[in-house]
Structure formats: structure tokens, C-alpha cells
Design a protein around this ligand. Structure first.
Ligand code: SOE
Length: 397
């Protein structure tokens, strides 16, 4: 049902996530009948010329150089936080206090303490009809949404194993320059929170089970990196060579951990292995998940994001894994796009995130993932760091 009621958005930050979110706000109403019509009202950034250029390029009606102006403006209904994690708590609290809905990028915060406080404020705001969502966008990849549907339908039986890897390689060059993602005071953690958080959220959401404990190790392969001027995004401005001044990397380059799951209301909790790294040379954005159940297995790799591999033990043993091309109209989200086989991309997850958020706001229901869902992820991140700091000792979540 299409309506003309606007949803006026104010976005904080305009780098990689800002561009992805802008695309989603612009595109969602063009491919989905939405009960509220997103308007790209204002974007905030610290640099006046930079945010003005971003507003023009990304389609925002106005530009502000202080996010607090977005909070003050009465022509904004929702604040979209696309900044590093050290700013999430302050911006979200101010927005909710001002009665504005909040979409906050992942991970929710840089600590459990911050995430707990954000969740308390969010749950109080929900009582007033002001809602929040955390941007774990991979839930909206059609193949992963189909995986969840198959698990819920019992197609896999009891889940025994969860195998999650998130492999990138943009830091493999030891002279790749410093970026905010390598500064703990900005990012909270490295591979663990930046990409490992996606694996944790997806694994818990698809299995319907929560992680209850972990044993972990973290590694920083390159302890110092060349400093560059106005670093933005992934890896800054390319290789600055040996002689540039170097700064300390204060986060993990790779995170590896084992996990126990709670069984989701049953006594049969799955066991899991997780890996997140920025040094898997040749792997560009391989967000991978494999589930082994008692009846079937499924496997996903974001680098082949329109497909799901499925092995059904009920089929003849030599049937092997078959490839489900997740482009049929009955598959999640796909019917609103192209004919079968034409496929979707990374940006579609963000558009579907907007669709689900707008529908929940119009219905007055809690969008998912909630801040409480994101707090659970934050607790797992903290448990991984605590285990790694204590000789990989088992750490309850
Ligand atoms: C960088 O690792 C990154 O951009 C993450 O920050 C995003 O959340 C992920 O979607 C893609 O990779």
C-alpha cells in the first residue's frame, strides 16, 4: 500500500555506509510500495565543502556541519547514524530524546556498557512510539533470508554445526595506511567488530539460537601502519611506502573463536567456529556461513551472493550439494526486482533494510534487529575479547 506520508530522514556521516544508506533511501520507494515515503532531508558531516558535495552527489536536500542540528530540526523524523562506533551512543540518545526514530550502523557501540545504555533508552522510547533498528544488513540478503526460512521450516532438522567466516584482504599489504577502522578509540575493535559482528548476528538470527560462551584468540599481524592525511573509508589513500611516519594499530587484524549456542529453547545447542580477518589474500568480501543439521546442510558465500548451496540427506546420497539460485519471485525480497536469474547486489541488502524499517514504523512495531538484538552481539564481541585476553579461556556471554 503506497501512501504519500513522508518519513523525513537526517543522516550523520557520508562515507561508505552513508553512500550505501543514501542509495537505499532513494531506491526503496521506487521498487517497493511503502506506507511512508522516505525523504532525504539532510546529511551532516564535519567538513562544510565535503558534506555539501556529498549532499549533491547522494541526493540530500540540505547539508549540516553539526549532527546536533539534525536533532534540533523539526523537519526530520528519523536519524540514520552512519559514523564510526565511538559516536553511536551520543547521537542515538540525543535523537531518541528528541522523539526521532534511529537507524544505527553496526556494531551498535564500542562497548557493552554503551550498548546497554542505548538499549535502555531505546526500549523506553519504543513505549512512546519512537523506534530503533541496528543495521546488520546481511539479514536482508535474499539467500540468507531464505536460509532462515528453511531453518524455521525444519528443513535442516536440529542444527549441530555453525561455521562462519568473514574473509577480506584489504590490509594484506603491510604498507596500507592507517584508517579509523584500526584505531580502537574510534572503531572499538578490528575485524572482530567490523565484520565478525555480521557473522555473529547472521548465525544467531538464522539458527534462532544465541551464543552462550566462546573461546577465542585475536591477532594483530602489523602493529604499525603509515599515517596519511584525510583518510577515509577502507584502507585510506593507497600505499604510502616505507618512509611515511607510522602510527600504532590498536585493534585486532584477525579474530578466531569457537562458540556454544543455547539451542533456541531446546536442549540441543549447536557448536560453532568463527573467523574474521582482513588478511585472507584473495578473499574480497567472503562472508560465509555453513550450517550442518541432522536432515540437511546449507552453505552461503557472499561472493556468490545470489546462490545458496543445499544438501538434503533425504535425497539420494550421491545427490551432493545442489545450488539454489535465489532469484525466484517467491524468494525473500526478489519479486520486487528483476526476472529470475538476473541477480541482486550488495546494495540491495540496504534497500531491503529500509523497506523493513519503514514497514515496521508504519505498523508501530519494533523493527529488527532491535538494539537489544545488537546488544547480544556486543556481549559476544566482549566475551571474545575477554577470552583472547585470558589465554583463550572459555568465556560465558
Ligand atoms: C569493511 O570491512 C566493511 O565495509 C564493513 O564495515 C561493512 O559492515 C561490511 O558490510 C562490508 O565491509
Amino acid at each position: 500500500m503506497t501512501s504519500t506520508k513522508p518519513l523525513r530522514v537526517g543522516m550523520v556521516g557520508h562515507a561508505f555506509m552513508g553512500a550505501a544508506h543514501s542509495h537505499a533511501w532513494r531506491t526503496a520507494p521506487r521498487f517497493f510500495d511503502l506506507p511512508l515515503q522516505p525523504q532525504l532531508t539532510a546529511v551532516a558531516g564535519r567538513n562544510a565543502s565535503g558534506v555539501r558535495a556529498a549532499a549533491d552527489k547522494l541526493g540530500w536536500e540540505s547539508a549540516e556541519t553539526d549532527w546536533r542540528r539534525l536533532i534540533e530540526r523539526d523537519d526530520i523524523d528519523l536519524i540514520d547514524i552512519c559514523t564510526p562506533g565511538d559516536t553511536h551512543a551520543e547521537i542515538a540518545a540525543a535523537a531518541l530524546e528528541a522523539g526521532k526514530h534511529v537507524l544505527c550502523e553496526k556494531p551498535l557501540a564500542n562497548s557493552v556498557d554503551e550498548a546497554e545504555r542505548m538499549t535502555v533508552v531505546a526500549e523506553a522510547a519504543a513505549e512512546r512510539g519512537v523506534y530503533t533498528m541496528c543495521g546488520f544488513s546481511y539479514r536482508r540478503t535474499p539467500a540468507l533470508a531464505l536460509a532462515k526460512r528453511m531453518v524455521e521450516e525444519g528443513r535442516l532438522g536440529t542444527i549441530r554445526h555453525v561455521r562462519a567466516q568473514y574473509l577480506q584482504d584489504w590490509l594484506s599489504d603491510e604498507n596500507a595506511p592507517m584508517t579509523w577502522r584500526l584505531d580502537k578509540s574510534k572503531s572499538g575493535s578490528g575485524s572482530l567488530g567490523d565484520i565478525g559482528a555480521h557473522s555473529i548476528d547472521a548465525a544467531q538470527w538464522i539458527t534462532g539460537q544465541k551464543i552462550t560462551g566462546v573461546s577465542a584468540l585475536l591477532e594483530t599481524f602489523v602493529p604499525e601502519r603509515p599515517l596519511a592525511g584525510d583518510l577515509v573509508g577502507l584502507g585510506g589513500h593507497g600505499d604510502l611506502g616505507q618512509d611515511a611516519p607510522r602510527g600504532a594499530v590498536t585493534v585486532d587484524d584477525a579474530a578466531i573463536f569457537s562458540a556454544r549456542f543455547d539451542g533456541g529453547g531446546t536442549s540441543a545447542g549447536a557448536v560453532g567456529v568463527f573467523e574474521a580477518t582482513r588478511y585472507a589474500l584473495g578473499r574480497k568480501n567472503a562472508m560465509r556461513l555453513e550450517l550442518n543439521g541432522t536432515k540437511a546442510s546449507l552453505a552461503f558465500d557472499f561472493e556468490d551472493m545470489n546462490a545458496l548451496s543445499f544438501y538434503d540427506a533425504a535425497e539420494s546420497p550421491d545427490a551432493g550439494f545442489r545450488r539454489i539460485l535465489v532469484t525466484e519471485p517467491e524468494h525473500p525480497y526478489v519479486g520486487n526486482w528483476w526476472p529470475t536469474g538476473h541477480g541482486l547486489g550488495y546494495e540491495h541488502g540496504f534497500t531491503h533494510q529500509v523497506v523493513d524499517l519503514v514497514n515496521a514504523l508504519a505498523q508501530g512495531t519494533q523493527p529488527e534487529p532491535s538494539f537489544a538484538d545488537a546488544l547480544q552481539v556486543q556481549r559476544v564481541l566482549a566475551a571474545v575479547e575477554a577470552s583472547a585476553a585470558n589465554s583463550s579461556q572459555w568465556q560465558k556471554v
